[in-house]
Structure formats: structure tokens, C-alpha cells
Design a protein. Structure first.
Lengths: 478, 198
């Protein structure tokens, strides 16, 4: 009898969701277990359903929230929600109308489970191992932390999934990212992923699904794993995934939408099969030594332009490739930085703690620990934006909001906030920000704004110093 | 979707790598609920100054750019956000094809689904095309999707490949939803096999 071919985690999930295998002339038809929807990338998809008289095929596998164009300003006593403009208001109203018309469950602004789509899926237990999960949002890769195959799609594809619960897909290649070793005190999952992207580049994983393995990955908490998988897209990867283990199961147990009682045992037995087989192989492998990772910061205008926080900004004339040299020159001009400059000690105007990368309770705890009893520098505006109403309640129950407020930071409502700058939270032209978000593209955090991406620890240390700081000096024995 | 069979057009060159979708269409323009009207704000922050006036040095503001339906750009074009507003904005402006040595995955999918043809050619060829346009801004290129060839004015041709299914849909001007919707029987059968999986 022939031995079955050993399969990677991705291969198992792919096979498991195939309705029709791909041929040379037709892509595969892949079933989607969970479809997350938000206000910005869905209106035109619902329009397609209307134009063609189609329904939402599985409202029980579809979940909508409001996060991108929502304000995070603290609510007034009158409970009024100050949406940034008429257009954003219309977009939010459209989502409400669409969900009502088509029977899609929606967490509206002001409801108890509202939050960033990639924060609420996991925290409510919707996100589970072995699932296929899609959303009209590139950071859907976040959910891969649970051993799900999760990726961002365009609005036309949102319509496909709404109408058929399926997608047309070509099978991707896989790349193993093996990270062994131990992260030093003051070094976080954010530094790990920024280091990876700085090594392989923003197009380094194009066409691939990343499977993260190794002792340093196993040692990460679920929230840290989400930070890593979240930024897989910043290396160009279609998705990032981590095989589920006890850490995953422990996180899921008792979540509102996770299986319970007898269903839990059945699910658990199934989830345990979602591991790469012994002997399975990847198209490419990248190895990273966790022991060598330092706190990272970006200096340029894509997430691959990252360095250790104490390293000099690269010098264009040292680059041999003309195109890369031009790109670096353009980035440094936009950022108003000098080749060879050390970023440590550089004054910043804003510190943003939030986004689907780093707005979970553990991120807030890390920052709060650094900021307890300290004060944000008088020259700095710091925004702390919890990823969801649930994270906000938890933080308030732990008194973290008091620590941030006492330090002079703004404690805000849940949403994407200054990561996307389409909701009223934005940098002014020329301002420098240290941000825990995922993109430092030109204008991403506001037209003319300049972003340094870093970890929550680096963000907190920087807020206090008023200047880019090395989080390791605050990390102590952590 | 408008069919795409052949395109004869001059080209404009954006000689940059890793052009992200936030540059193609900044997030503040994503509050629309429509697909139309985004072309005006294509590359808005590179194209207009703080007062909203066109920056004369930006390539799309040059006279020769106004009739070009072909954009030539550096590698990893369309990286970043999954916003389909990016191909909508490029199409809204008047582009029908983009040439690059590499496209970001989500952008390529989004472009193909809307009749904007991503033409992936080797880096050396993209460089040749770019320098030709720099010398001769009125040079006209021919893209033939049927034969999957890109021709220089001299007649020299380069092959490119497009996913066969996406190519079929573009040639016929049909979108992919119709194909998927015909799979209802298979989808329902699959769902029955998975009842109780979660």
C-alpha cells in the first residue's frame, strides 16, 4: 500500500475546503467557513447582490462590524457618536442597512462587542483552528495564528463569498519561517515580525503562505502570535499560519462562540490533526534566530525598511541596485532623515498605541507597566486605542486606563483609529509618530505624516522620553 | 466588465518599486459606497499639492500622460491594503493595463476581476520599455491578451502569462461570480458532508 504524502498545515486546510480542485484552465473552488465584513470594503459587494437579485448564502457564517471609518473620540455624556463627516456617516448607515436587508449579524458602533474586525473574531471565539477565514481586509492574515487559513480579499470577492460562500483560488506556495531561540527582555513579537520583513523585504513572500515554526513561535502567547501573523501581508504573503497547540486551545476554551461541552471534545480532537506531517516540505524556508533580535523600528516608507532601534539609518550610496537606491532616497526624503542617522533620541510628536497589530489586552498591559507612575513628555500626544469594546472593558477592570490617563495619554474608544486615518484620528503634515500599527506608507497615518513602526514597549518608552527610546532599559528582568 | 482583447496605447512610467495601494488611492477616499469617481484621486498625494493644484513634476500631470492607457511601474506594484478601490481608481483614470516585473497577489486578483490587465514582464524588459518611453513619449505599444504578447513599436514581442480562467473572463467581458454561482449543487453537497464540523 502506498504511504500517504506528508502534508503541510496549509495543504491539509486547502484539501479540507476544496469543493472543486483546480485544473489548468480553472481555479479551485474553495469553501469559506467564516466571512468577516466591515463598512469600507463591503458596500459595493452588497450592490452586486442587489443588482443580481442574490441573497447572502450563509448569514450564520458571516459577521459584520464597524471599525475603519468610526471615530474613537471618547463619547460625550449625551452618548452622541461624533462621526468624522457625512460620507463616513453614510457608509456606516449603509452597512447597517445592508446587514438588516440581508440578515447579517452586525456589531454596530456603540454595541458591546464592536471593535476591530481582527480583534473581535478571535476574542469572541469565532476564529477557530482549521477554518478558512476571509475578509475584505489584508490583515485577515491575523487569524492564521489559530491554525486557520485566513487571507484578505477584494470587494468583488466579498460579493462572491456573500453569494456563494466560496472563492476561486489558485493554490499558493508555502514558505516555512522557523524561529528558534528566546526573545530577550524588552523584545516582543512585533520586533520578531519587523525583523523578518526587514530581511525578506515587502515582496519577499509574494505568492506564498507563511508557516511559522520553531521554539520561539511556540513560546508566544496567542495575542503575540496574532501580531506575527497580522503582519505576514507586509512581506507580501497571502497568509501566515501557526499550527494550533495547547496555547491555542487554552485561549479558546470558554470563549462565547467556541464549542462547549461535548462539542468541545469533538472539536479538540479535530483541531489536534491540524499540524504539519512529519516529512512534509515547503517551497522555501527562512530561518531566524530569536536570540539575535533586538527592538526594531522602521525608518522608511514601507514595513521592510526596518532596523534595530540602536542601528544607523542605511545610506543610499552604499546600495548597488539603482532602483533600491532611488527607493531609499525617496523614503529618507519623505521621512526627513539623514543617512547614517541614529533614531534613538529623535524627538517625536505623537505616539499611537493601537491597531489590529497591537491593541489587545496584553499589548496594553505591556505599555501600562512601563508607564505606571510615569508621565508622557509634554511635547508628545499619546493615543491609546483599545482594539475592541471588550479589550476596553478588560483594561478598565484592571485599572490600565487610569495608568494611561494619569500619565497624560488619551484613553479612547475602540477602532482602527490612526492606523488608517480615515476616521478623524490622523497626523498633521510633517509630524513624527511612533506607532504600534502595521504600515508606515507615505500618508498612511495622515497626509504628510511620518511613521516609525515599533512595539508597544518601544511606544510606551518613547512617549515618556519624548524621544525614540530603547525599551530594553525599562524591561528589567522581563 | 468591459472585454479586454487588445490594447494599443502610449505608456507612462512611474519608476518606483513597491507602490502600495495607499499611494494609488489614499484611505480618506475610501468612504465612498460607489465604484465610480475614484479616478480623480488616483495617486492623489503625489499628484496634487497641499492646495489641491496639480504638481507639474508628477508624471500623470504631464501632457503626454493624458491619453495613456498603459502604466509602467517598478516591482511589487499594488502591495499593502486589499482595497479594490485601487484598480477602480486606475480604471477610472483611464488605465487599462499595468506593466511591472511583479504584482502583489491581492492587487493582481482585484485588477483581473475588473478588466485591468496586469502584465508581468522580466525586470530587464520593464527597464527597456521605461527607457523607450523616456526617449519617445509618443511610442505606442500593443498588448494582445489572446496571444499573451506585449509588442514594442519596433514589432519586437515579449510573452507574458495570465491565469487562463481570468484571461477567459477578460476576453469575454464576463465576471467570475457567474461561474461560481453555477456551482450551487456542489457547494450544497459539500456543506452536507461538513454538517456538525463546528
Amino acid at each position: 500500500m502506498m504511504q500517504p504524502i506528508p502534508r503541510t498545515l496549509f495543504a491539509k486546510l486547502w484539501d479540507d475546503h476544496l469543493i472543486q480542485a483546480e485544473t489548468e484552465s480553472t481555479p479551485a473552488v474553495l469553501y469559506v467557513d467564516l466571512h468577516l465584513v466591515h463598512e469600507v470594503t463591503s458596500p459595493q459587494a452588497f450592490s452586486v447582490l442587489r443588482e443580481r437579485g442574490l441573497r447572502v448564502r450563509r448569514t450564520d457564517r458571516t459577521l459584520a462590524t464597524m471599525d475603519h471609518s468610526t471615530p474613537t473620540t471618547p463619547r460625550g455624556r449625551d452618548g452622541r457618536i461624533p462621526v468624522v463627516d457625512m460620507q463616513a456617516r453614510a457608509q456606516l448607515a449603509q452597512l447597517e442597512q445592508n446587514c438588516a436587508d440581508y440578515g447579517v449579524p452586525l456589531f454596530t458602533l456603540g454595541s458591546e462587542h464592536q471593535g476591530i474586525v481582527h480583534v473581535i473574531g478571535p476574542e469572541l471565539g469565532f476564529t477557530q483552528p482549521g477554518m478558512t477565514i476571509v475578509c475584505g481586509d489584508s490583515h485577515t492574515s491575523t487569524h492564521g495564528a489559530f491554525g486557520a487559513l485566513a487571507f484578505g480579499i477584494g470587494t468583488s470577492e466579498v460579493a462572491h463569498v456573500l453569494a456563494t460562500q466560496c472563492l476561486l483560488q489558485r493554490r499558493a506556495l508555502t514558505m516555512e519561517v522557523c524561529v528558534d531561540g528566546v526573545l530577550a527582555p524588552g523584545v516582543t513579537a512585533k520586533d520578531l515580525i519587523l525583523r523578518l520583513i526587514s530581511e525578506i523585504g515587502v515582496g519577499g513572500a509574494t505568492g506564498h503562505i507563511l508557516e511559522y515554526t520553531g521554539s520561539a513561535i511556540r513560546a508566544l502567547s496567542m495575542e503575540e502570535r496574532m501580531t506575527v501573523c497580522n503582519m505576514s501581508i507586509e512581506a507580501g504573503a497571502r497568509a501566515g499560519m501557526i499550527a494550533p497547540d495547547e496555547t491555542t486551545f487554552e485561549y479558546l476554551a470558554g470563549r462565547p462562540h467556541a464549542p462547549a461541552n461535548a462539542d468541545w471534545d469533538v472539536a479538540l480532537a479535530r483541531w489536534r490533526t491540524f499540524a504539519a506531517d512529519e516529512g512534509s516540505t515547503h517551497d522555501r524556508t527562512v530561518i531566524l534566530d530569536a536570540n539575535t533580535i533586538k527592538p526594531m523600528i522602521t525608518y522608511g516608507t514601507n514595513p521592510g525598511m526596518g532596523i534595530a532601534v540602536d542601528a544607523p539609518v542605511p545610506t543610499p550610496s552604499h546600495l548597488t541596485d539603482a532602483s533600491e537606491r532611488r527607493a531609499l532616497e525617496k523614503a529618507l526624503a519623505y521621512m526627513a532623515l539623514t543617512p547614517g542617522e541614529i533614531l534613538l533620541g529623535k524627538a517625536v510628536d505623537v505616539v499611537f498605541l493601537g491597531s489590529c497589530t497591537n491593541s489587545r489586552i496584553s499589548d496594553l498591559r505591556l505599555a501600562a507597566e512601563v508607564m505606571r507612575g510615569q508621565h508622557v513628555a509634554s511635547t508628545v500626544r499619546m493615543l491609546v486605542v483599545p482594539g475592541s469594546q471588550e479589550v476596553k472593558r478588560q483594561a478598565e477592570a484592571e485599572g490600565l486606563d487610569e495608568i494611561f490617563r494619569a500619565a497624560g495619554a488619551e484613553w479612547r474608544e475602540a477602532g482602527c483609529s490612526m492606523c488608517i486615518a480615515m476616521n478623524g484620528d490622523e497626523l498633521a503634515p510633517g509630524q513624527y509618530a511612533v506607532s504600534t500599527s502595521n504600515r508606515n506608507f507615505e500618508g498612511r497615518q495622515g497626509k504628510g505624516g511620518r511613521t516609525f513602526l515599533a512595539s508597544p514597549l518601544t511606544a510606551a518608552a518613547t512617549a515618556i522620553a519624548g524621544r525614540i527610546a530603547d525599551a530594553r532599559i525599562f524591561a528589567g528582568g522581563r | 466588465m468591459e472585454p479586454f482583447v487588445t490594447l494599443h496605447s502610449t505608456g507612462v512610467v512611474l519608476p518606483l518599486e513597491n507602490v502600495d495601494t495607499d499611494q494609488i488611492i489614499p484611505a480618506r477616499f475610501l468612504k465612498t459606497t460607489d465604484r465610480l469617481g475614484l479616478g480623480t484621486n488616483l495617486f492623489a498625494d503625489w499628484r496634487y499639492d497641499a492646495s489641491g493644484a496639480p504638481r507639474p513634476e508628477f508624471v500623470l500631470n504631464r501632457l503626454e500622460a493624458t491619453s495613456a492607457q498603459l502604466l509602467v511601474a517598478g516591482k511589487n506594484f499594488g502591495c499593502g491594503s486589499s482595497r479594490e478601490h485601487a484598480p477602480w481608481a486606475l480604471l477610472g483614470y483611464g488605465f487599462r493595463a499595468v506593466v511591472s516585473s511583479e504584482f502583489a497577489d491581492i492587487f493582481r486578483n482585484n485588477a483581473l476581476g475588473n478588466g485591468l490587465l496586469p502584465v508581468a514582464l522580466p525586470e530587464s524588459v520593464v527597464e527597456r520599455i521605461s527607457s523607450l518611453i523616456a526617449r519617445e513619449p509618443t511610442a505606442s505599444f500593443t498588448i494582445d491578451l489572446e496571444t499573451q504578447t506585449f509588442a514594442l513599436p519596433s514589432g519586437e514581442r515579449f510573452d507574458f502569462t495570465v491565469d487562463p480562467f481570468a484571461r477567459h473572463c477578460m476576453l469575454e467581458g464576463v465576471d467570475q461570480l457567474g461561474y461560481l454561482a453555477k456551482k450551487e449543487v456542489e457547494i450544497a453537497a459539500y456543506e452536507r458532508t461538513r454538517a456538525g464540523a463546528y
